[in-house]
Design a protein around this ligand. Structure first.
Ligand code: FAD
Length: 290
């Protein structure tokens, strides 16, 4: 199933993102988690692509197994990091052979400690180049890409970033998923600017339920997402009470999602960080509402 056909404001699709566990036991646990999530009827799940090393193979293994063993549509993320075009062609061919219909096409981050992204020799500098390559090579994937309501961390200006996004979409993307945000105003403003710039594909909001105080500090530093002042103060107050942090995170994300749904989003993508209970609580509440 091509994800673009599931993104519909009159029947929004909930999707869940996981990263590949490092061990076989972790993979087995993840597949069990997915069985628990299946009753929530996810539109699809996606599996991230690591910066290098053995977890990369696990992405392919996991998406294949998820689709075959749970029947849930599964999308692999793929980045340009460290890959030549030939390697990327081979990986894409393996995805096609496994009858996977969807890929989230990304550039990837510069390696730790480096400020700028350096492409592999014979590789790509930007996600848009990989998108174009996939179209030119006649792969028949439905392709998603990343976008940044608050601007990508490396960009000089949000207008530049939007221009680059337009080029990436024009290269052949079918939909985009946003970086996480905690204030819906960023999303609504971004969608308005994107439409004005002629970007017409579905823009799926990415929501990360906060479940851990230190983790949210780390993530927001890394991706540049703003924590609204009120939420920040509430978090400070409960930071030493792990259960209260989760309750606050679930409550905040639920309120965010309710507003997004009431304003007609085509779906909501949850960054689960492999912790499904919070996402399960939120989606159960949202399903009860519809
Ligand atoms: P691009 O679209 O290539 O943009 C990168 C930067 O280059 C931006 O600042 C953009 O404005 C600029 N740019 C683009 N084109 C041009 C141009 N022609 N000239 C000059 N500048 C240009 N990372 C992983 O490693 N694995 C994952 O699985 C993963 N999954 C993700 C899922 C989502 C939904 C999101 C939002 C991010 C994900 N990331 C993942 C992180 C992502 O790889 C980083 O944010 C990375 O820094 C940018 O990737 P991109 O595909 O957005 O890059």
């Amino acid at each position: 199933m091509k994800i673009r056909n599931r993104l519909n404001p009159s029947n929004p699709c909930f999707s869940f993102e996981f990263f590949p566990p490092k061990t076989d036991e972790g993979v087995a646990n993840l597949l069990k988690t997915l069985e628990d999530l299946a009753p929530l009827e996810p539109g699809f799940v996606s599996v991230t692509y690591g910066a290098g090393g053995s977890t990369r193979d696990r992405t392919l293994e996991l998406v294949t197994r998820i689709k075959a063993e749970t029947g849930i549509e599964a999308m692999a993320h793929l980045t340009c990091v460290g890959h030549t075009r030939e390697e990327l062609r081979e990986l894409l061919a393996r995805l096609a052979e496994a009858k996977l219909d969807n890929v989230l096409v990304l550039r990837g981050d510069p390696p730790l400690g480096q400020k700028t992204f350096t492409p592999a020799e014979g590789g790509f500098s930007y996600a848009s180049e990989l998108v174009r390559f996939i179209r030119e090579e006649d792969f028949n994937f439905c392709m998603g890409g990343a976008c940044y309501p608050e601007g990508h961390v490396e960009t000089a200006s949000r207008d530049d970033d939007l221009r680059h996004l337009k080029a990436k979409v024009d290269a052949g993307l079918d939909f985009v998923v946003t970086q996480l945000f905690f204030d819906n105003a960023f999303y609504f403003d971004f969608v308005e600017r994107a439409r004005r710039a002629g970007i017409n594909v579905p823009i799926v909001p990415g929501i990360m339920p906060i479940t851990n105080y230190d983790q949210v500090q780390r993530f927001t530093r890394m991706c540049g997402a703003t924590v609204p002042m009120r939420l920040g103060l509430q978090l400070e107050r409960v930071k030493d009470q792990p259960d209260a942090v989760v309750q606050l995170g679930v409550a905040h994300a639920t309120v965010q999602c309710m507003e997004l749904l009431s304003r007609g989003v085509p779906g909501i993508h949850f960054y689960t960080l492999n912790k499904s209970p919070a996402t399960r609580m939120i989606v159960s509440a949202l399903r009860a509402r519809t």
